[in-house]
Design a protein around this ligand. Sequence first.
Ligand SMILES: Nc1ncnc2c1ncn2[C@@H]1O[C@H](COP(=O)(O)OP(=O)(O)OP(=O)(O)O)[C@@H](O)[C@H]1O
Ligand SMILES: O=C(O)[C@@H]1CCC(=O)N(CCc2ccc(Cl)cc2)[C@H]1c1ccccc1Cl
Length: 311
Amino acid sequence: IPVQQATANPETGEAIETSEQSNTIATKKKPGDFHFGKIIGSGSYSEVVLAQEKCSGKEFAIKILEKSHIIKYKKVPTVTREKEVLQKLDHPFFVRLFFTFQDKERLYFGLTYAKKGELLHYIKRVGCFDILATQFYSAEIVVALEYMHSLGMIHRDLKPENILLGADMHILITDFGTAKILDEGQKDCKANSFVGTAEYVSPELLTAKSACKASDIWALGCIVYQLLAGKPPFHATTEYLVFQRITKLDLNIPGGFPEKGSDLVTKLLVLDPTKRLGSENFGGYEPLKMHDFYQGINWEQLHKMEPPLIQ
Ligand SMILES: Nc1ncnc2c1ncn2[C@@H]1O[C@H](COP(=O)(O)OP(=O)(O)OP(=O)(O)O)[C@@H](O)[C@H]1O
Ligand SMILES: O=C(O)[C@@H]1CCC(=O)N(CCc2ccc(Cl)cc2)[C@H]1c1ccccc1Cl
C-alpha cells in the first residue's frame, strides 16, 4: 500500500515506521509477537532474553531495558547512542539490530543471537590460544575495527567480554552504548568523560582524557597479548596500579611468547597514539594487515573461512 505519511501507535505514541523503499508499512513488533525463552545474560540496566518470533520462527537475542531504571541511572543518552550506532553498522562481524519496539515500561532491541557467547569464556577455558587461533580471531577484530573506523565511529570499550561468537564461531562485536561517533571529518575525540574497562584503557585517555580511533588499536594490542599469554598485559590488583602500568608502559613479554606476536604487540602498545601500527597517522590499516604475524591471512575471505579450532 503506497503510504504517504507515518501514523502513530495510539498506545505508545510511537511512530509506525514506513519503509519507503518497499513502500509498505513495517509495523512495529510487540512483545506478544514472540515466545520468550531463557535469559541469556544481564547487564547493569538490561536483560538479554532468547526469543523466537511466532510468525517467522526466527530466533533473536532481545535486549530488554526498564525505562524507570534507565532514567534513574541517567542512561538515556547511552541507550539512544547504542541504538544510533547499531543502526549504522551493517557488517558480518557486528551484532545486528533487526528491530526495536517499546511498551510503557520497557525498551526492546532485537539483536543477532550470538549463540557461542563471549570470547572471554574461551580464553578462560583453554588458558591461551595457539598462534593459528590468535592470528584468525585478532584478524577478524582488525577487519571489524577497520570497518567501524571507516564509518567515523570509535568503540571505546573493546575487550573479550564484548567480542561475542555466533553459532559459526565468527566474531560478533557488541556493546555500543559508550561508542563515539566522530563529527564529519573530525579526526580525534575532544576530551570526554567516558573511561572504558581499566585493563584495556589507552594511555591517551588516562593522560589527555581524549580517545581516538587509535585507542581501539591499543585495546586490540591488549587483546592479542591476552590471547597469547592468557592474561591482559597491564594486570594489577587495583585499578590505580593498572593505570600506572599503562601510562609507564610497564609491559613485560613472558618467556615462550611467540616472536612474531611480541613484535606485533610492541608495535600496537605504543604510548603515542600516532605511532601505533594501524593508526591513521601511521599509514592506516594496510601496514598492520601486512605485518608478519598475519602472513597467510586472506583478509577478504575471513568471514567465509571455517574458523580454526580454539585449542
Ligand atoms: N546479541 C547477544 N547474543 C548473545 N548474548 C548476548 C548478546 N548481547 C548481550 N549478550 C550477553 O548478555 C549479557 C548482558 O549483555 P548487555 O549488553 O545487556 O549488558 P552488558 O553490556 O554486558 O553490561 P553493562 O550494560 O553493564 O555494560 C552479556 O553477558 C552478554 O554477553
Ligand atoms: O530512538 C529511537 O529510535 C526511538 C524514538 C522513539 C522513542 O520513543 N524511543 C524511546 C525513547 C526513550 C528512551 C529511553 C527511555 Cl527511558 C524512554 C524512552 C526510541 C527507542 C524506541 C525503542 C527502542 C529504543 C529506543 Cl532509543
